[in-house]
Design a protein around this ligand. Structure first.
Ligand code: NAD
Ligand code: ZN
Length: 357
């Protein structure tokens, strides 16, 4: 038995207003006059948060276009732009949702690794530590702030750069930054966390480590999305910690059916991670009976729409593409259904599931 020995985020600060400490946190990381690069979710352009970013001298704010989820091409272009403009940088600070945080991680790695980020999609392919990187979430749920991956769509595959060099050196968890997130987006990203918990807790890879974090994150999600009648600051506080704990839970287990199927949707149709997981979860009663019942209650209570009929009219080839992407996620299926998963999730069964979505 080989136990996973995983690298974690080095520094964590948590609390309302902790963003105000960013200047002193970054100061010791500055290397001569090499700038800090703040990669900020484009939603914040022109918003008051921008004036609170502690830029010094050559520091630069770059707005990340996260209309679509991050691509290897986008990562390569950003790294190239920074190298030609500055030579080297002191660090990359990602401020935004999971997409911006993933971009920041990937660009930091590509400042020191040769070639294209597409060459590093996989497990432990990254050769050199990147430059210093910090993550500051403005949406809670993905767990991207704690994970050892950065999910990218490349020319051939949608897969992360999974490596010990990938986790952030620093994260700043300030729930104030999530305050004005739109209700639907907040729900979809929050459900990503809820689904991480169900998939981890119901998976065959489960151990006490994952369970301890998964149960706590699950309880926080239920407090927020089922018990509370109105969203208040305490919900933002809790969801930020649920995201962290949910991420820690899957670090030592794996996600499951919802993610495996949703990856196929996002590859073919560009469906976003959070909403894609919700679309799939709606139809997974057979695999996660209790988890899906509670999920449906959360959807009702929060008055959110989950799209249906998104696979209507797709061709056989398109279904094949989605199934190939999905069935390629072997560890996810094995975690969900056990070693004999291929006997349970046959191509016919998966096709029938996609047709329902
Ligand atoms: P997102 O980062 O894609 O952002 C969704 C939308 O919300 C964007 O339009 C963005 O501009 C906006 N937004 C962000 N913060 C906001 C705020 N405070 N107020 C208003 N709008 C705001 O959404 P997400 O769900 O956080 O992230 C999804 C991404 O995370 C996907 O690309 C997925 O692949 C990735 N992901 C990564 C990991 C990992 O371990 N690395 C895990 C899960 C998901
Ligand atoms: Zn997820």
């Amino acid at each position: 038995m080989q136990f996973r020995n995983f690298k974690m985020v080095s520094y964590v600060v948590y609390g309302r207003g902790s963003f105000n400490q960013l200047d002193e946190i970054l100061a010791p990381q500055r290397k001569g006059d090499a700038p800090m690069i703040f990669l900020v979710d484009h939603f914040f352009e022109g918003k008051p948060l921008i004036n609170r970013i502690p830029t010094r001298e050559k520091d630069t704010i770059i707005y990340a276009d996260v209309t679509n989820e991050p691509k290897t091409k986008q990562v390569d272009a950003l790294a190239q732009q920074l190298k030609s403009e500055f030579g080297t940088v002191s660090g990359i600070i990602g401020i935004g949702g999971g997409s911006t945080m993933d971009l920041a991680k990937a660009v930091a790695l590509m400042m020191t690794n040769p070639g294209s980020s597409a060459e590093y999609q996989g497990w432990d392919l990254v050769k050199y530590p990147g430059v210093y990187k910090a993550g500051i979430p403005t949406l809670s749920g993905t767990g991207a702030e704690v994970s050892r991956t950065t999910v990218l769509t490349g020319p051939i595959r949608k897969l992360g750069m999974n490596s010990d060099f990938t986790p952030f050196d620093q994260i700043v968890l300030d729930p104030e930054l999530t305050k004005n997130a739109p209700v639907n987006q907040r729900f979809y990203t929050g459900m990503d966390c809820y689904i991480h918990c169900i998939e981890s807790l119901q998976g065959t890879y489960l151990n006490e480590f994952s369970k301890s974090y998964g149960e706590k994150a699950l309880q926080l999600c239920q407090d927020i999305f089922l018990e509370k009648n109105e969203w208040d600051d305490s919900c933002d506080d809790k969801l930020m910690m649920a995201s962290y704990a949910g991420g820690m839970s899957i670090a030592y287990s794996q996600v499951g059916v919802a993610h495996a199927v949703s990856y196929g949707l996002s590859y073919l149709l560009g469906t976003k991670h959070g909403i894609g997981n919700c679309i799939v979860m709606n139809h997974l009663h057979e695999f996660y009976p209790e988890g899906v019942d509670v999920f449906k209650r959360m959807v009702d209570k929060n008055k959110v729409d989950i799209p249906t009929g998104i696979c209507k009219g797709l061709s056989d080839d398109q279904f094949e593409t989605m199934m190939n992407v999905s069935l390629g996620m072997k560890p996810l299926w094995e975690n969900a259904l056990g070693k004999d998963w291929q006997k349970i999730m046959t191509r016919d069964k998966l096709r029938a599931l996609y047709e329902k979505l």
